[in-house]
Design a protein around this ligand. Structure first.
Ligand code: ADP
Ligand code: GLC
Length: 489
C-alpha cells in the first residue's frame, strides 16, 4: 500500500544487482533505487525480466510469487507473466517471469557477443509488462524511470496511453550507452503495441529500422545520461552513434547526472572479498591485499613493482588495444606487473592470451566474470587502467578511487567528470586525450615514474582519491529534484 504524500518511482531495467549483471547498468539499477528510498518522502521500486539466473538468486533471497499473472499480447500471441517479489536491502524488486521469453541462460544472447533472434518480442513484452505492473500491484507510481534500449518502449507506450491506469504518470529515460540502440526490422512494429503511424523518422524509425532507444528518447518527458560530459558528447557526430541529431533535437529535456557507487558494497574497510582491510588513515591493509593478490595470480610477490589492473568487458569501447600495444616495454623493463580480468570479444581475448604468453611471470589474464577477484584487483593494485574510446560514465574508476588505486583514464565521458590529473597538483589519477599509442604510452610512463620515484606524491594522491565522496546518497538528490520538477508531490 502506498503512503500518501510519498513520491513513488518505478525503475524499469533489464539487469539489476544482485540478481543479474552484465555491466554497470546492473550496478546503477540496484543502487539508485535503494539510495532514493533513503531520501525523505520517496518510495522507489524496480522491475526486471525474470531470467533463469535472476530467479535462482531471488529464490535464495526470499522470492515470493504474487497471486495471479499478467497477460501480455505481442503480435497476436499472449504471454503469461508471473510476478515474483523480493525485498532485499530494503528495496522492493519485481521479477517478471515468462519461461518462453526469459527462461534462458543469457540476458541478451547465447553469448556476450551475440543476440537472441526474438529480442524485439522479449523486450516489447517486458516494457508492456512493466507498464501493467502498477495496476496489478495497486501501486501507481508518479514516475516511471526506464533505462536503456531494453526499456525504451516504456516512455513511448506510456505517452500513447497504452495503459489506461497511468494518466498522470511521467517518464524519465536514462541512456547508459548510446552505442547499444536495440534496432530491429520494421515488421517488429507489430510486437510493440505502437501504431504504424509512429514508424516515422521523428519517432521510432531510424534509417528504415525500428529503434527502441530512439523511441525512449523521443517520448520521455526527461532524458538523462550518466555523466555531464557524456550528455554533451552524444550531441556530436563522434559520440552520437548516428543519434546525435535526435539528441540535439531533444536537448531541452536532456541532462547529465554522473553515476555514484554503492559505498556499502565497495568499501575497503569492510569488503568481505578482501584478505585485509584498510582506509585513508591506515593503508597497511592495502599492502597485504597487494601481496595476496600477487600470490593468488601466480605473480612474483614484489612490493615495489607497480601492480596494474584492468577489470572490463572486453569490447572495442574499452580501448584494450592500447594496453595490448603499449605495455610490453614497461613489463620488459620490470616496471610493472599486469592483471586483466574480463571476457568478451574473442579477438581481444586471444591477444591478451598472447600477451600473457610473452610475459608469463609478469602478466595474468583471468578470463571470465569474477566478482570477488574484481574487488581484490581494486584493492591490491596500485594503478587501474581505463583507456576507453568512449565511456558514458564508468564505475571502476570510482571504485579505484575509493580503494586508493589511482585510475589512469582517457579524458572522456564520466572518466573526465571524475578523474583529474595529478599534474594539476590536486589530482586523483592520470588522464590522456587522443586515443593513440603515443599518448597512452606517455601517460603510463609518467604514472609509473611517479609511483617509482615520488612515493610521497603518490601517497598524497591516494589519500585525496580515497576521501572523495562518489556515493549514491549524493547523486540520488539530483534525481529526486528531477522527479519533483515533473510532479506536484
Ligand atoms: P560497462 O557497464 O560499460 O561494462 P562500467 O564501468 O560502468 O562499464 O561497469 C562495469 C561493471 O562490471 C563494474 O562493476 C565492473 O567491476 C564489472 N565487471 C566488468 N567485467 C567484469 C568481470 N570480468 N568480472 C567481474 N566484474 C566485472
Ligand atoms: C554503460 C556504460 C558505462 C556506465 C554504465 C552504467 O554500461 O558503458 O560507462 O558506467 O552503463 O551507467
Amino acid at each position: 500500500m502506498a503512503k500518501s504524500g510519498e513520491l513513488r518511482v518505478l525503475h524499469v531495467a533489464s539487469e539489476v544487482v544482485p540478481f543479474v549483471k552484465t555491466g554497470g547498468l546492473a550496478d546503477v539499477a540496484g543502487a539508485l533505487p535503494k539510495a532514493l528510498c533513503q531520501q525523505r518522502g520517496i518510495e522507489a521500486r524496480v522491475c526486471l525480466p525474470g531470467y533463469r539466473h535472476a530467479l535462482r538468486v531471488a529464490e535464495n533471497l526470499g522470492l515470493r510469487w504474487l497471486p495471479g499473472h499478467l497477460v501480455i499480447e505481442a503480435g497476436g500471441v499472449d504471454h503469461h507473466i508471473g510476478v515474483g517479489e523480493v525485498v532485499h536491502d530494503g528495496l522492493c524488486t519485481y521479477l517478471l517471469a515468462c519461461d518462453e521469453l526469459f527462461g534462458r541462460d543469457g540476458c541478451y544472447g547465447p553469448t556476450p557477443s551475440s543476440d537472441y533472434e526474438d529480442n524485439a518480442r522479449r523486450f516489447s513484452v517486458f516494457a508492456k509488462a512493466a507498464l501493467a505492473l502498477p495496476r496489478f500491484l495497486q501501486w501507481i507510481p508518479h514516475i516511471i524511470h526506464a533505462h536503456d534500449w531494453q526499456a525504451g518502449l516504456v516512455p513511448a507506450l506510456l505517452e500513447r496511453g497504452w495503459c489506461h491506469d497511468l494518466p498522470a504518470t511521467r517518464s524519465v529515460f536514462t541512456i547508459h550507452n548510446i552505442a547499444y540502440q536495440g534496432t530491429f526490422w520494421h515488421w517488429d512494429m507489430k510486437l510493440t503495441g505502437l501504431p504504424w503511424a509512429m514508424f516515422n523518422p521523428l519517432q521510432v524509425e531510424h534509417f528504415s529500422k525500428l529503434n527502441f532507444l530512439k523511441a525512449g528518447i523521443v517520448a520521455a518527458q526527461r532524458v538523462t545520461t550518466v555523466s555531464r560530459r557524456y550528455a554533451e558528447e552524444i550531441q556530436t557526430e563522434d559520440y552520437g552513434w548516428g543519434l546525435e541529431g535526435v539528441i540535439a533535437g531533444h536537448a531541452h529535456k536532456l541532462s547529465g547526472i554522473t553515476n555514484g557507487i554503492d559505498a556499502d558494497i565497495w568499501d575497503p574497510a569492510h569488503d568481505p572479498h578482501l584478505p585485509a582491510h584498510f582506509d585513508a588513515q591506515d593503508l597497511s591493509g592495502k599492502a597485504v591485499c597487494k601481496a595476496e593478490l600477487q600470490r593468488e595470480l601466480g605473480l612474483p610477490i614484489e612490493a615495489k613493482t607497480a601492480l596494474v589492473g584492468v577489470v572490463s568487458r572486453l569490447v572495442e569501447q574499452k580501448g584494450i588495444d592500447l594496453v595490448l600495444a603499449g605495455v610490453d616495454p614497461y613489463i620488459l623493463a620490470g616496471r610493472m606487473q599486469l592483471v586483466v580480468l574480463g571476457a568478451g570479444d574473442p579477438a581481444i581475448e586471444a591477444a591478451l592470451r598472447r600477451l600473457q604468453g610473452r610475459h608469463p611471470t609478469r602478466v595474468c589474464f583471468w578470463h571470465g566474470y569474477n566478482e570477488g577477484l574484481a574487488h581484490r584487483i581494486e584493492a591490491g593494485c596500485d594503478l587501474f587502467l581505463m583507456p576507453s574510446r568512449f565511456e558514458p560514465c564508468g564505475l571502476n574508476q570510482m571504485y579505484s578511487l575509493r580503494y586508493g588505486t589511482l585510475p589512469l583514464v582517457r579524458y572522456t565521458g564520466g572518466l573526465a567528470d571524475t578523474v583529474t590529473d595529478v599534474c594539476s597538483g590536486e589530482g586523483n589519477g592520470f588522464t590522456f586525450g587522443p586515443a593513440d599509442l603515443g599518448h597512452f604510452s606517455a601517460v603510463l610512463d609518467r604514472a609509473l615514474g611517479l609511483y617509482q620515484h615520488f612515493p610521497e606524491d603518490w601517497r598524497r594522491a591516494q589519500l585525496r582519491a580515497m576521501k572523495e565522496d562518489h556515493s549514491w546518497q549524493v547523486v540520488a538528490r539530483s534525481y529526486a529534484a528531477l522527479y519533483r520538477s515533473l510532479t506536484w508531490v
